[in-house]
Design a protein around this ligand. Structure first.
Ligand code: G4P
Length: 526
């Protein structure tokens, strides 16, 4: 098969949601439809429940589960679908942000009872930064949820994206009848069933077809017609290009646990979701159908066996054909590397693969050569852009508890940071090491892993910091002057970039006012 055909077959996407909205359930149903798994219950939730926060076994389990279900590939209707899992727990949000750099589109799950929740807002911000196309699935229609119009308004307002409903619910909760599929012009009748994959679909001529009255009853049919008229008046006709540019999100309604509305979502997804797209390196835009292979690392996962520190690096193929055992150029290190142990991820199984195409994710066994953000290519020198670090929210200073194990501690910290567990900032003054994270849970993970994998022990001292801001200036002299005058508050990130550690919001504002020539950034990509 030609490379263009391979590319056109592929759809690489991620599902995002606030915990509990139904991401795991939807993932499982999609895999069932794709025939990748046979029974419900096979996909384990990778979320750590709140009560288990201090349970280290749970953390280990999380690591095990998340590697097994990190990427799930399956075939559906002649397409190769790569579904990238994102961690459910908000403390691992940074990992999710990075995974979003490796997908071409996103399905966003919203719980119709809870509406748009905080984690959804944050994740959507990341999608908006990159204009990632989004399809919304409003879930749990078998429950008494919020009014669908209110939900749509809330999505537009809070997520800063226009919506276009492609299906519409007929009632909700106890009296939920089904959905009218605007996109396909048919009626999908609801039957609560956690097992059956087949829902009843009624083909209708148009919304005025008497079959609608027959199946859902006159009063619901009347309401549906009014709603559909209203929707058509309020929302402009669906244009694929507006979805592909990330401006409009088509919306589907359903109930994942009841397999309801999932097939409709999937059928629309394979029609409209983007094929692997072109991507930018520091030097140029790379098209997926270029002959030369290129790709980047977006996730690193430590091996479960602490005695062997090999890791799996997740490579997103961006162009050309990836081949096992071929020598590829490691752009950051400026040397060639061969990978003989390469895995593809098909549902829950990992299997050795010999080749992969744009859109595919390949697991590379690595002994320490690869970092998140690294580019591999067939000779070319530009690094792929687009794996930003975001300012962490919690900061703690690392205090070594065992001077005899200083080396182990340093090595452990470097390796854990390379995996993206947290961010390390080293102060210019006194070389104090500060770890920044999105959630408190990572500190437990770090302490636990340092001890068990590196034999190092450390304490963490709370630090009252508001943000870490990457700093830059067009005027190098002014930047030097700023660094000098704020020496005590300047640190370097793991790549040696300068960061200003702001203690409070008000103080940061004051410093910004006093140094107008300095630019302060909340992400490392600017
Ligand atoms: P997450 O990955 O987004 O965190 O959510 P997950 O799929 O684990 O779903 C969270 C809970 O919501 C689960 O219940 C799941 O069964 C339920 N759920 C998912 N889809 C629907 C739906 O369409 N309707 C209803 N009523 N519930 C739904 P749980 O009690 O946490 O787990 P379980 O015991 O049911 O497995």
């Amino acid at each position: 098969m030609s490379i263009v055909k391979e590319i056109n077959k592929r759809r690489t996407f991620g599902i995002i949601s606030h915990p509990d909205a139904g991401k795991t359930t939807l993932t499982e149903k999609l895999l069932l439809f794709g025939g990748a798994i046979k029974t419900a219950g096979a996909v384990k939730s990778n979320k750590i429940k709140d009560h288990a926060k201090s349970d280290f076994m749970e953390i280990e389990k999380q690591r095990g589960i998340s590697v097994a279900t990190s990427v799930m590939g399956f075939e559906y209707e002649g397409r190769k679908i790569n579904l990238l899992d994102t961690p459910g727990h908000q403390d691992f949000a940074e990992d999710t942000y990075r995974t979003l750099t490796a997908v071409d589109s996103v399905v966003l799950v919203i719980d119709c009872v809870k509406g748009v929740e905080i984690q959804t807002e944050k994740l959507m911000e990341v999608c908006r930064m990159r204009n990632t196309p989004v399809i919304v699935f409003i879930n749990k229609l078998d429950r008494e949820g919020q009014d669908p119009y209110d939900l749509l308004d809330e999505i537009e307002e809070k997520l800063n994206i226009k919506v276009k409903p492609l299906s519409w619910p007929i009632s909700m909760g106890k009296t939920f009848k089904g959905v009218y599929n605007i996109y396909k012009n048919n009626l999908l009748l609801f039957q609560a069933s956690r097992r059956e994959l087949k829902g009843d679909v009624v083909e209708i001529k148009n919304i005025n077809d008497p079959l609608v009255d027959q199946y859902v009853g006159e009063s619901y049919a009347k309401q549906l017609r009014e709603d559909v008229n209203l929707i058509e008046g309020v929302y402009p006709a669906f244009e694929e290009k507006d979805y592909l540019s990330g401006e409009v999100a088509p919306v589907f309604f359903g109930s994942a646990v009841n397999n309801f509305g999932v097939k409709e979502l999937l059928d629309c997804f394979i029609e409209i979701a983007p094929v692997p797209r072109e991507r930018e390196t520091e030097e140029r835009v790379v098209k997926p159908d270029e002959e030369a292979f290129s790709g980047f690392i977006f996730k690193i996962h430590a091996n479960m066996d602490p005695k062997h520190r090999n890791r799996i690096a997740f490579l997103r193929v961006c162009s050309g054909r990836f081949e096992r055992n071929a020598p590829y150029h490691h752009v950051r290190l400026g040397k060639n590397i061969k990978f003989s142990n390469t895995t593809a991820f098909m549902a829950q199984d990992k299997e050795i693969i010999d080749e992969a195409f744009p859109g595919d994710i390949v697991g590379l066994y690595d002994t320490g050569n690869l970092k998140i953000g690294d580019t591999l290519s067939q000779g070319e020198g530009g690094m792929y852009k687009g794996i930003p670090s975001f300012s962490p929210e919690i900061f703690r200073e690392v205090v070594n508890r065992d001077a005899m194990k200083t080396k182990q501690l340093e090595k452990g910290l470097v390796q854990l940071m390379e995996e993206g567990v947290a961010q390390l900032f080293t102060y210019e003054m006194g070389a104090r090491k500060v770890i920044g994270t999105v959630g408190a849970l990572q500190f437990e993970v770090i302490q636990h892993r340092l001890k068990h994998e590196y034999g190092a022990t450390c304490d963490f001292l709370n630090m009252n910091l508001y943000k870490a801001c990457w700093i830059s200036s067009k005027d190098k002299k002014k930047l030097d002057e700023f660094v000098k005058s704020k020496y005590r508050h300047i640190a370097q990130d793991k790549d040696g970039r300068l960061v200003f550690m702001a203690e409070t919001k008000a103080w940061l504002q004051m410093v910004q006012d006093n140094f107008p020539e300095i630019e302060f950034h909340f992400t490392s990509e600017f």
